[in-house]
Design a protein around this ligand. Structure first.
Ligand code: ATP
Ligand code: MG
Length: 401
């Protein structure tokens, strides 16, 4: 089989080759092409040093020079070109403490995580597949490159990546690789929250949820979730089913995953995973409100959307629906209607503003605040009352009380 390369990728390979150095596409893009999936990016591996690569192209960005990665920009698209490297001196089961470059492709392929990710391809030379990656793709198997035990000890994140690729690609994990994973599972505690968050997020949002039992069977959860892990472990079937019903949305996926935990434990785990503020607030809001009984009532849903905001309200209802709460589906339908109608949900959406109230003789401060709040309450119950005339009369009525 041959891979049809985008023109720009071919140009990068040819340019590097003409300078006397080797260059191949490698990793996820080769794997995806072999599986008939369109790659989302094209990674290039080369014997040329970063400086040599930079000298060959007019527009490059120093993305990760220390790791040998230069981004070549062609026609507004980025292509990562990384020098063959050998990683040595893994400290503490994490990233290597030093990276050395090599001119030998084989050495570069040896440091890669799984056989399916360690295939290089060149348009005239074909595939360089030293570890049977093509056969493993064919058989739908995740298998470590070399001795799985050592490879997981070098970089413990690979264990979570094994589960991630299994769920993403609908592959099984080869028994020896999985046994090594289970044995080394405690080492995941050494990995930074950011790296765990990325892989765990991709795992939870994957399209092949029936493979998620691998996460439960991996032995990783007690080391990712701490002492309350048994609460999540116990609910394997329900949680996997719920995850399979969710849209691919990070906040929803993590909220459902952590649902069985007491809020304080979930908060601790979320802090360790170093989410951006927006995602963190979304997940925490859903978990804080998880016990809220729902009503199939449009005013109830409008009030909820007003209090939580539309997005957080939707996430909460989606999570509850996925977990089988009967009222959630109807509440979601009501929420869609509320959104479509553009119902007023905040003081900022009121047809009468604080400034209008001032000109009507209201005084700034408590009186104004309470009046705006009362007007919002009114239009949450009666959206058609969100008209300046109506609200003026309504506010004046309050003034006279
Ligand atoms: P995706 O489609 O998710 O991007 P990918 O295979 O490209 O999949 P990346 O995380 O982008 O995955 O990594 C690119 C390549 O780098 C991998 O295919 C693999 O060869 C190598 N790699 C990435 N992380 C590791 C790791 N922790 N240990 C060894 N090799 C790794
Ligand atoms: Mg990639």
């Amino acid at each position: 089989m041959t891979i049809r390369l985008p023109q720009e990728v071919r140009l990068i390979l040819d340019t590097i080759n003409q300078s006397g150095q080797e260059a191949y596409i490698v990793g996820g893009c080769v794997r995806d092409c072999l599986m008939g999936i369109a790659p989302h990016d094209w990674d290039i591996t080369t014997s040329a040093t970063p400086e040599e690569v930079k000298a060959l192209f007019s527009h490059t960005v120093d993305t990760g020079l220390a790791h040998g990665t230069v981004t070549v920009v062609l026609h507004q698209t980025n292509y990562e070109v990384t020098t063959y490297r050998v990683e040595s001196d893994y400290m503490d089961c994490r990233h290597p403490s030093s990276v050395s470059f090599t001119r030998d492709l084989h050495e570069d392929l040896l440091r890669r995580d799984f056989t399916i990710n360690a295939i290089a391809y060149h348009p005239t030379e074909g595939f360089v597949d030293l570890f049977g990656g093509q056969e493993d793709i064919h058989q739908h198997i995740i298998r470590g490159v070399g001795a799985a035990d050592e490879r997981f000890q070098e970089d413990a994140l690979r264990m979570l990546r094994a589960v991630r690729f299994a769920t993403q690609l609908d592959f099984s994990i080869e028994p020896k690789t999985f046994a090594a994973l289970q044995k080394n599972a405690p080492l995941i505690e050494k990995i930074s929250g950011e790296r765990i968050r990325e892989e765990l997020g991709k795992t939870l949002k994957n399209p092949h949820h029936h493979r998620l039992h691998l996460l439960w069977a991996s032995g990783l959860l007690p080391h990712l979730l701490g002492e309350d892990a048994p609460l999540v472990l116990k609910q394997e079937t329900d949680l996997i089913q719920a995850l399979s019903r969710l849209p691919k949305q990070t906040a929803c996926a993590f909220a459902v995953f952590l649902w069985p935990l007491p809020f304080a434990s979930a908060k601790k785990i979320l802090a360790r995973l170093k989410f951006d503020n927006k995602t963190l607030r979304a997940i925490e809001t859903v978990l804080r409100e998880k016990a809220l009984p729902l009503k199939k009532d449009v005013v109830f849903v409008r009030r909820l959307a007003s209090r939580l905001g539309l997005d957080h309200c939707r996430y909460l209802l989606l999570a509850k629906q996925a977990l089988g709460e009967a009222e959630a589906a109807e509440a979601l339908t009501l929420l869609s209607a509320i959104e479509q109608n553009g119902d007023c949900l905040t003081i900022g959406d009121l047809a009468l503003s604080g400034k209008d109230l001032l000109s009507m003789g209201f005084s700034q401060g408590k009186q104004m605040g309470e009046t705006l709040q009362a007007m919002l309450e009114e239009v949450l119950c009666h959206p058609d009352h969100n008209q300046a005339d109506f609200l003026r009369t309504f506010a004046n009525g309050l003034l006279q009380k």
